[in-house]
Design a protein around this ligand. Sequence first.
Ligand code: ATP
Ligand code: MG
Length: 571
Amino acid sequence: MARYMPMSKLYAPTLKEDPAEAELASHRLLLRAGMIRRTASGVYSYLPLAWRSIKKIEAIVREEMDAIGAEEMLCPILSPAELWEESGRWGLYGPELMRVHDRHDRDFALGPTHEETFTDLVRGELRSYKQLPLSLYQIQTKFRDERRPRFGLMRGREFIMKDAYSFDANVEGMQASYNAMKDAYARICERCGLEAVPVVADSGQIGGDTSVEFMAIADAGEAAIVYCECGYAADEEAAAASVEVAEGPGGPEVARVQTPGLGAIADVAAFFEVPESACRKSIAILDGEGKPVVCIVPGDHEFNEVKAAKVFGEFSMMDDGQLERAGLVKGFIGPVGLPEGVALYCDQSLRESTCWLVGANEVDYHLTGVRPGRDFEPAGWLDLVSAHEGDGCPECGRPLHEARGIEVSQVFQLGTKYSEALHATFADEDGREKPFQMGCYGVGVSRTLAAIVEQKNDENGIIWPVSVAPYEVSVLALSMKDASVVEAAERLAAELADAGVDVIYDDRDERAGVKFAEADLMGFPYQLVCGKRGIANGVCELKDRATGERREVSLDDAVETLVALVGDARN
Ligand code: ATP
Ligand code: MG
C-alpha cells in the first residue's frame, strides 16, 4: 500500500525569520522552508523536501534523455590530471578546478565537467562508424571553485549537473544530435514549470547556432537578455537590435545654446524638453593602442563595452586628466570641432538622423541642428550600443522585451576539439581514421530547482509546479484533538496515497495558523483542509496554492477531484 508522509516525522527545520545571508527569494525560501542547509561556502545539503524535488527534476531529465536515445551511465568524479594535461585544460582551467592529490602524490581534478573523461572512455573502444551516433549522459555532483559562490544553490562550488556527450561521424550528424538535445532541453524547462528562453550564445560561420543557453526569466538573473515573440532571444550585449532614435530640437542650421552645468543627458533632455533619445551621448575612450576616440551613441542607450572592445581592442574610459590632455571638455563633448588627433565614430542607428543635439566641445554649451556629412564626418558608423526594451527585433522588427535570466542549461557543438586533442578516432565507411564530431550538453539540476523557486513564489512562500513539488497535496488536520477530524484526514491521506498522489499529512499537534503558514511556505500545490465544522457536515476545503482559490468539496469527492487536478498538472 502506498504511504503518505506524516509531517510529524518530516525533517524540515523551518525558520521564522529571514536568514540574513540570503539575498535572493529562492535562497531565502529554500532555507526558511527547511529544504537546504549550508555546510560550507557554496556547499549545501539537500534536506528531504528538496531532495524529493531534485529527484523529480532528475526523472524529467531522464525521460527526455531516454526519449532521444541518450544512454545513462555514471563516470567517476575524480579525474586524473594526465587527462586534463592531454586536453590542455589542467593549466587553462585555473583556480576554478578543484584539485586533490592522493597518497602517491598523483594529481586529480574533481570533475567540473566531463569532456575529457567521456572522450577517454570511448577512445579505442568506440571504433566504427556503424556504432555512431552515440549519446551518453550522467547525473552527478560537479565541483567548481567559483570565485564568488552565492545565492544558495544558484552558484555553488558543489552542485548537481546532468551532463551529456554526443559522438558522431560527421558535422551533419553532430548537428542532428545537437538539435535533438536542444529540443529536449526546451521540453525539460517546460515540464519543470520554468519560463525559459533559448538564447544564442554562439553562432556558426554558415549560420545557425552552435551553442544555446536556456535562460529562466527572473529579475535576480545574472544575465541581461532581450527577446521577442518571434522566438528571437539574445544576450543584451550581443543582440544586434535596430534602435529607433528621435531628432533633436532646433532648426536646420547649427545653433549654439548655453546650457550651464548641464553635462548629464537627463539634464540636457529636460532643459530642451525632448526625450533622451533626441540627445546624443559622447563617450571618450583610449583605444587598445592608447589613442583618443570619441564614440557617439543615442542618449537613451548604453555604450556597449563588449561590442566596443571588438573594434577598439582593450580600451579604457578616459579619466579627467586624460580628457584634459586630449583637449576634451567633460560633459560637453560633441562631434563638431573635435581637437586634433581625436578619432570619431558614431553608432549606426544615428546614420539617417539629420538634426543632432550634441555637446559643443566648449564648457556650458551645446549645439542643436547639427547634421552629419555637413558639419562633421565620422571615421565610421558602428554597432556600439546594448539593445534594450522596445528596440526592433533584428529578425522580425517587432519591439524587443528586456529581461534578466538565470542560465539553467546549455548545449554546445564541440566539433573535434577534444577528440583531436585526445586522439579519439573511429574508422569511417571509407576505412579512414577520423576524430569524432562531438557535442556537450549540461543541465544544472540543482540550479534548476533554485530557478523554479525564484520564478514561483509569493510573500507567503514557495509555489511548486505540480511536476516538481516535493508533495503534491498536503492534508491538514486542523484539530488533532477531534477524533472525527483525525479519522477523516487520515483516511483522505491514505486514499490519496493509494491513488498514486504524493501526500504529506500534517498530523502535528500545532495551531491551525502554524499549519497554514508552513503549508504555504513549503509550497505544496494543493492543500486539503479538514476542520471540525466541515467534517461534521461531510466537507473539507481545497486550496489551490498558486491561485489562492479555496472551495468546498465533499469528503466523498475529494480524492477523485484531487487525482484529476494533479493528473492534469503533472505532465
Ligand atoms: P555560469 O556561466 O553560470 O558560471 P557555465 O556556463 O559556466 O555557468 P556550464 O559549464 O554551461 O556552466 O554548465 C552547465 C550548467 O551547469 C549551467 O547551465 C548551470 O545550470 C549549471 N552550473 C554551472 N555552474 C554552476 C554552479 N556554480 N552552481 C550551480 N549550477 C551551476
Ligand atoms: Mg554555460
